[in-house]
Design a protein around this ligand. Structure first.
Ligand code: PMP
Length: 342
């Protein structure tokens, strides 16, 4: 077994230039500093520990997971360290950088059509489940369904945030599996009940609507992913992880891909190089802080998650060609005054 770098205990960074411009205090949890490069390292450790402690994952076993990419990287890294094999399936929207990283770490990678609906055997989550059930000594770690995912955040991310900022006014974050927001929200609701929790929902996702109406509208996104170009977040169904956090979420707001992409460059030009979901979280945290300010909170302190680093998206938002093909020319020249659409 090779030594592993520590996961968690990441710094909570004040986003100074943005804070100075808007008169708020946004704090970004620098999850891109985890050894696998994302917040999903935390969930992956918790899932592997859970399945090995329960006796479902035995030495030398095969770990199977359907992933938006980062959980696959985290599991591939940990499986290498712990002597397991790793199979990951993912939609064809995942960046080539993430796929190459998983393969370099020794995982078997299957890319599935993003057009498949969640009930389709070709959907990336169905493939992981089916490989696990048809292979001896294999386990499906089920990051959407297993609450070991959110526990990584109720016992790790949440307490770390509150220790770094004991007088936190708000926490705002988007959901993929929902593990991060559910875990942080459930911890804060008992340890800091005055902290307001806000879901940030990307375009095409159904969670904001679910929170207000209790149901998902038929939006034509049966693949469960929505139509956002922001990888790893946005969902059109209720996962067990997100459901466990619902009682602790006080507010919800939307953020667009355009806002997230503009924020990517504003952060990068200030020396914080992150992926689009991190940037979308910052957009949401900013909107939520401005809302709290309008309600009379002076210089509101709002924390969010900087989920992963920008290097995984050099072939996507950080590629001039990719931006031009999608009509996003010029997003890199946006100023603070133009970052929000409304
Ligand atoms: N951002 C990225 C890039 C991700 O890969 C994920 C995980 N799907 C998230 C955000 C959302 O995290 P969670 O699954 O804990 O909701």
């Amino acid at each position: 077994m090779l030594p592993s770098a520590p996961i968690g205990n990441t710094p909570l960074l004040p986003l100074s230039a943005l804070n100075a411009h808007f008169g708020v205090t946004l704090l970004g949890k620098a999850e891109y500093l985890n050894p696998g490069g994302s917040v999903k390292d935390r969930a992956a450790v918790s899932l592997l520990d859970h399945y090995s402690a329960s006796g479902q994952l035995l030495p030398g076993g095969l770990v199977c997971e359907g992933t938006g990419g980062n959980t696959g990287i985290a599991l591939a890294m940990l499986c290498g360290q712990r002597g397991y094999s790793c199979y990951v399936s993912m939609p064809d929207t995942v960046s080539s950088e993430k796929i190459s990283t998983m393969r370099a770490l020794g995982a078997t990678v299957e890319v599935c059509p993003s057009t498949a609906s969640v009930s389709d055997p070709e959907h990336y989550t169905s493939r992981a489940r089916s490989i696990a059930s048809s292979t001896p000594n294999a386990v499906h770690t089920d990051q959407f369904g297993s609450l070991a995912n959110m526990r990584a955040h109720s016992t790790g991310t949440g307490p770390e945030i509150l220790a770094a900022c004991p007088d936190l006014d708000g926490f705002a974050c988007a959901a993929g599996t929902g593990g991060t927001i559910a875990g942080v929200a459930s911890y804060l609701s008992s340890s800091s009940p005055s902290t307001q929790i806000c879901l940030v929902d990307p375009q095409g996702s159904g969670l904001k609507n679910y929170l207000s109406s209790g149901s998902f509208s038929k939006s034509g996104h049966e693949n469960g992913l929505g139509d956002t170009l922001t990888e790893g977040i946005g969902i059109g169904r209720l996962t067990s992880n997100f459901a466990s956090g619902v009682p602790h979420v006080h507010a919800a707001l939307s953020a667009s891909d355009l806002e997230a992409f503009r924020m990517c460059f504003l952060l990068a030009r200030g020396g914080v190089f992150v992926g689009p979901s991190a940037a979308l979280n910052v957009v949401g945290a900013l909107k939520f802080a401005l809302r709290l300010k309008r309600l009379g909170v002076v210089n509101p302190k709002v924390a969010t998650i900087l989920c992963d680093g920008g290097a995984s998206y050099l072939s996507k938002i950080y590629s001039e060609e990719w931006r031009e093909e999608r009509g996003l020319k010029g997003v890199e020249r946006c100023g603070w005054e133009d970052v929000l659409e409304d």
